[in-house]
Design a protein around this ligand. Structure first.
Ligand SMILES: [Fe+2]
Ligand SMILES: [Fe+2]
Length: 321
């Protein structure tokens, strides 16, 4: 179906009904704190998408469209932007959207491994366990969708810098508990705000709008879970643990956010890389967009007392606050 629309209809198959049945826990004495995952499982059973079917992969890329809302471009509002032709602007936002999708894949790989490690040896009959596997399945579909999307946008393989890739490797191997779930939440929230704008924007190429719509719908479940897990795991945490995890989450967030737009996008859009990088770094409009979009996230981090002073310094450096 999709392509012409940014609002795919949910799949309703017999297989899904069966999944919904499995979400019902037969044991009445099961602890109440699995209510959230029980509800998320039911939601996933009724509203999930198969990007292989929903996204229009066939229609060739129409270069009259942007890849993202221009206002989200790292160069929007700069002198360089004013000098660019409309064609160059569209190519830049397409490369930027592909870069954000590629960074999304990188983070989703980290996330899937952390969640899988977290449920290792846990009770497979529990909603928590089944929800975790459901979230991994959704992320797996997202990553394939982002990969195909970036390819269709005509982008090369954008990957974070070597040092950041290695930091990610350490993080996905070592992070657990609230550090893992709060970092997951930051990445998901930052992506969510951009994608909500792009999915509604008629200047954005239709297949990208469908991709963003699918992601926004399914990620709202993931964010609910990440918020819930962060809260639960921090309940009763002492001062030192809170300080340590607040710092780890802030550093992880800094590298995730600063890796969103790869420095090579400018050259691939036919621009002068050094000039573009310098103007993007000084772009107050883009910093303001990031700050305003992260207001809700920062409120949440403050409410669970993860906005410690050292953490705040990193969020400020990444222009999230
Ligand atoms: Fe995702
Ligand atoms: Fe997610």
């Amino acid at each position: 179906m999709a392509g012409s629309t940014a609002r795919p209809e949910p799949r309703t198959t017999g297989r899904q009904t069966q999944t919904a049945g499995q979400a019902q826990d037969p044991k009445p004495d099961r602890n109440q704190d699995q209510d959230v995952t029980r509800r998320l499982l039911a939601s996933s059973a009724t509203l999930s998408y198969d990007p292989a079917v929903e996204v229009d992969w066939e229609t060739p890329l129409d270069k009259d469209f942007h890849g993202a809302s221009p206002e989200w471009s790292t160069l929007y509002g700069t002198a360089y932007w004013r000098e660019m032709t409309e064609e160059q602007r569209r190519e830049l936002t397409r490369q930027e959207a592909a870069s954000v999708a590629s960074t999304g894949i990188w983070f989703e790989m980290i996330l899937q491994q952390m969640v899988l490690r977290d449920i290792y040896a846990k009770d497979p009959t529990s909603p928590d366990f089944q929800w975790a596997l459901t979230e991994i399945a959704e992320e797996c579909r997202h990553s394939i969708m982002f990969a195909r999307g970036a390819h269709k946008l005509g982008a090369p393989a954008y990957r974070p810098r070597r040092a950041v890739l290695e930091l990610g490797r350490a993080f996905k191997t070592l992070a657990f508990g609230e550090a893992a779930y709060a970092a997951i939440l930051v990445a998901e929230e930052v992506l969510d705000v951009m994608q909500r704008d792009w999915m509604r924007d008629e200047r954005v190429v239709p297949f990208v709008r469908t991709i963003n719509n699918i992601h926004v719908v399914e990620e709202s479940r993931h964010m609910k879970f990440a918020r819930d897990e962060t809260r639960k795991r921090l309940a009763g945490a002492g001062w030192l643990r809170r300080q340590l995890n607040a710092f780890v989450v802030a550093v992880a967030s800094y590298f995730i956010v600063t890796s969103m737009v790869n420095r090579e996008v400018y050259a691939h859009a036919g621009l002068d890389r050094d000039r573009a990088l310098a103007e993007a770094r000084a772009n107050e409009h883009h910093k303001a967009m990031m700050r305003s979009s992260c207001a809700g996230l920062m409120d949440f981090l403050a409410s669970v007392r993860l906005l410690t002073k050292p953490a705040l310094a990193f969020y400020k450096r990444a222009h999230l606050i």
